[in-house]
Design a protein around this ligand. Structure first.
Ligand code: ISE
Length: 339
């Protein structure tokens, strides 16, 4: 693709995440503008499109992608709609930034992988934004130097203030722990091979029947173990933390001690209340990186393979939660396109 002077982006999905990406593209990052907003809810699409000069609202992603003023697609619709949007983008050979999950299950993710391979080159960057967070990037770099030695354990904590209406116990894994699955694979450079889920007594603050919190144990191909506390109705704040324990030391991120105040006999700080706040800078870097590489005709960042591997591990996680047993991850062979 010739270098675009300004990347013209169709944002598919005008919910909270999609609307935030529209704002980001228009107001924060450079090199792109939003020319189309798509949502099954026509009023919602219109309301978000109206915030941007010259932006058209659509209800059908296929129609939006056929528009002459669309060069690239940012998919931020609910997970079950991703496969159709991705295949439509591939049919037009458009580059895509696809919010996680790539798709909700391994079989549909595999179909996406197959379709991308038919194009003969990568077209998708998956929105695992933690890979763009300053602290996580620093941690990855440190592990990469080998100074700490071989990673043995990872302790993750992932807490949300409250779960959205309609949340199910499976979604703690598919929507939330999906991030820790990706981060563990990325930091350690190893696939997840098996998942076990322990079910502590649920908090009284979760809706009925929601298994919250959960303790998810991930085994990796190199023999490391990662544990994930996922607690989506903790009530007090949004916290995402990780500590990697290696042979010669440990490294920890996410303590959120950017500012500590001392006042009236107490000390403390503030806790972010949601991911749009905690990861704002990471989202900015992620979308800027996508725009920059796309304008150069390149695709970098988390790949469709990463999206598929996360979906496969999530699927094992959901089975482990349901059956109460350690469950092995079934992974297809990694195609050459994904290195
Ligand atoms: C949400 O979909 C996200 O992706 C957030 O990063 C995560 O913290 C949250 O638990 C999910 O529901």
């Amino acid at each position: 693709m010739a270098r675009q002077s300004m990347l013209r982006v169709a944002v598919v999905g005008a919910g909270r995440m999609g609307a935030d990406h529209v704002r980001r593209i228009q107001e924060v990052i450079s090199g792109a503008r939003v020319t189309a907003v798509v949502d099954v809810d026509a009023e919602r699409a219109k309301a978000v499109a109206a915030r941007v000069d010259g932006c058209t609202a659509y209800t059908d992603p296929v129609v939006a992608m056929a528009a002459a003023d669309v060069d690239a697609v940012l998919v931020a619709s609910p997970g079950p709609a991703h496969e159709a949007a991705l295949l439509a983008a591939f049919a037009r050979d458009l580059p895509v930034l696809c919010e996680k999950p790539l798709t909700p299950d391994a079989a549909s993710a595999l179909r996406v992988l197959e379709a991308e391979q038919k194009l003969g080159r990568r077209r998708v960057q998956v929105g695992f934004m933690r890979r763009y967070d300053a602290e996580y990037t620093k941690l990855a770099r440190l592990l990469g130097t080998g100074q700490l030695g071989r990673p043995l354990l990872v302790h993750h904590r992932h807490r949300n203030v409250a779960s959205p209406p309609g949340w199910t116990s499976d979604m703690l894994i598919t929507d939330s722990v999906a991030h820790e699955i990706d981060v563990t694979r990325w930091l350690l450079g190893q696939e997840i091979t098996a998942v076990t889920v322990l079910r502590p007594s649920p908090t009284a603050n979760a809706p009925d029947d929601l298994q919250d919190p959960q303790l998810v144990v991930l085994e990796t191909a190199g023999g490391a173990i990662a544990d994930v506390e996922i607690f989506v109705n903790c009530g007090f704040g949004y916290q995402v933390q990780a500590e990697v324990v290696c042979e010669r030391g440990t490294a920890r991120v996410g303590d959120g001690h950017a500012m500590v105040t001392h006042m009236a006999g107490r000390w403390g700080g503030t806790i972010a209340q949601d991911y749009l706040e905690r990861f704002a800078a990471a989202y900015d870097r992620e979308v800027q990186a996508w725009v920059d590489t796309t304008r150069r005709g390149e695709v970098t960042g988390p790949s469709a393979w990463d999206g598929y591997a996360a979906a496969a591990a999530c699927e094992a996680g959901v089975r482990a939660l349901t059956d109460g047993v350690r469950t092995e991850v079934e992974l297809a062979e990694r195609p050459p396109l994904y290195g």
